[in-house]
Design a protein around this ligand. Structure first.
Ligand SMILES: *[C@@H]1O[C@H](CO)[C@@H](O)[C@H](O)[C@H]1NC(C)=O
Ligand SMILES: *[C@@H]1O[C@H](CO)[C@@H](O)[C@H](O)[C@H]1NC(C)=O
Ligand SMILES: *[C@@H]1O[C@H](CO)[C@@H](O)[C@H](O)[C@H]1NC(C)=O
Ligand SMILES: *[C@@H]1O[C@H](CO)[C@@H](O)[C@H](O)[C@H]1NC(C)=O
Length: 290
C-alpha cells in the first residue's frame, strides 16, 4: 500500500523475518530439505532470506500483477461490525486468500519451471504472514494507510504502525538490525510455543486447517485477523483515531495481539509447508526434477 511504495524500509523486515525464523524452527527435517531445494539455498537462512521478496517486487513493472495479492479488503464497518466475505471482498484479479491457494498449487505443479515454483514458494511464505496482519484484512482507508496518527510525536499512518512500529517498540526500538532482532524474537516465540505460555493454546491453532481447501483455511485466518480490527485497531472507529498518539496505552493493548499473530503465523506456515512437502514427496519425481 502507500507507505513503502518506492522503498522498503529496513524495519519492514522485522515481522516477516521473525515469522520466517519461527517457521524455520518448527518445520520437519524433510520440509527443510524440500524448501532448501526449491529456494536453492541450503543454509539456515533459506526462509528468512526470502520473506520480504514479495514486497520488493510489488511496485516494479514486472511485479505489478501481484500488488493486490497482499490483502483482502473486508468491506465491514468497524467497530460495530467486522467480517470478511470471500465473494464480496476478494477482487476479481485476486487477493491474499486466493493467492495462498494459487501459489500453493503452483508450488506442487511439477510441470512448471523450477523458477516458477521458486517464486510460488516465496509468495506463499510472504502471504501467510500478511494475512495475519489485521490491516491486511480491512477496507477502511486502504487498510489504514489513509489514517494519519502520531507515534512518539511523529506522524505515521495506521497501517505502518501495525506492520512495523508496534513490533519495533516491543523489541526495544530500531537500534538493532531487523534481521537479527527477528531471529532472537523467533527463538523466544518458538520456546513459548513448545514449552511456554503458548504451549496449551497452540494445540488448537491449526483446528480448521484443511490442505484440500486452501480458500476455507485462509478465510479462517483472515476472519481472525479482521476481528482484531474491531477489538484493537479501531475500537472507537476510524474517525476517533485520527491524530491520536498511539505509542502509549494503545500500544500496550496492541503489543500482545501482534505477538500472538506472529506466533500463530509462524506456526501455521510451518504446518502448511509440511503439508506441501508431504504432498510433493508423494510424487517422487517432483523433488528429483529440480
Ligand atoms: C541463502 O540466503 C541468505 C539470506 O538471504 C544469503 O545471504 C545467502 O547468500 C544464500 N545462500 C545461497 C547459497 O544462495
Ligand atoms: C495466479 O498466479 C499467476 C502467476 O503468478 C498469476 O498470473 C495469476 O494472476 C494468479 N491468479 C490469481 C487468480 O490470482
Ligand atoms: C521472551 O520474551 C519475554 C518478553 O516478551 C521475556 O519476558 C522472556 O524472558 C523471553 N524469554 C526468552 C527465553 O528469551
Ligand atoms: C470469525 O471470527 C469471529 C470472531 O472471532 C468468530 O466468532 C466466528 O466464528 C468466525 N467465523 C468463521 C467462519 O471462522
Amino acid at each position: 500500500m502507500k507507505l513503502g511504495q518506492n522503498v522498503i524500509a529496513l524495519s519492514a523486515l522485522l515481522l516477516p523475518g521473525a515469522l520466517a525464523w519461527g517457521t524455520t524452527n518448527l518445520v520437519k527435517d524433510d520440509t527443510t530439505a524440500f524448501f532448501q531445494r526449491i529456494l536453492q539455498n541450503d543454509t539456515e537462512h533459506y526462509l528468512a532470506g526470502v520473506a520480504t521478496w514479495a514486497d520488493s517486487i510489488r511496485y516494479t513493472k514486472w511485479g505489478r500483477f501481484s500488488k493486490n495479492f497482499h490483502f483482502i479488503d473486508a468491506k465491514d464497518t468497524p467497530p460495530t461490525y467486522c467480517g470478511v466475505d470471500f465473494e464480496r471482498d476478494c477482487k476479481e484479479d485476486g487477493c491474499v486468500v486466493s493467492s495462498i491457494q494459487n501459489y500453493t498449487s503452483q508450488l506442487l505443479d511439477t510441470k512448471l519451471w523450477p523458477s516458477r515454483r521458486n517464486q510460488a514458494a516465496k509468495f506463499v511464505i510472504h502471504f501467510v504472514g500478511d494475512i495475519h496482519q489485521p490491516l491486511h484484512v480491512e477496507n477502511v482507508a486502504y487498510g489504514g494507510n489513509g489514517i494519519h496518527v502520531k507515534w512518539e510525536s511523529s506522524e505515521l499512518n495506521l497501517h505502518h504502525v501495525w506492520d512495523t512500529s508496534i513490533a519495533e517498540k516491543m523489541l526495544g526500538g530500531i537500534h538493532r538490525k531487523p534481521y537479527v532482532a527477528g531471529f532472537a524474537w523467533a527463538a523466544n516465540l518458538t520456546y513459548q510455543i513448545k514449552s511456554g505460555k503458548y504451549e496449551a493454546a497452540s494445540k488448537f491453532w491449526n483446528d480448521g486447517l484443511s490442505f484440500n481447501d486452501p480458500i476455507q483455511t485462509a478465510m479462517g485466518w483472515a476472519n481472525e485477523s479482521n476481528a482484531i480490527v474491531c477489538t484493537h485497531v479501531l475500537p472507537e472507529g476510524p474517525e476517533a483515531i485520527i491524530g491520536q498518539e498511539l505509542a502509549g496505552d494503545y500500544y500496550e493493548k496492541a503489543a500482545p495481539v501482534i505477538e500472538l499473530q506472529v506466533a500463530k503465523a509462524g506456526y501455521r506456515l510451518a504446518a502448511w509447508l509440511d503439508l506441501i512437502a508431504d504432498k510433493a514427496s508423494g510424487t517422487a519425481e517432483s523433488v528429483g526434477e529440480l
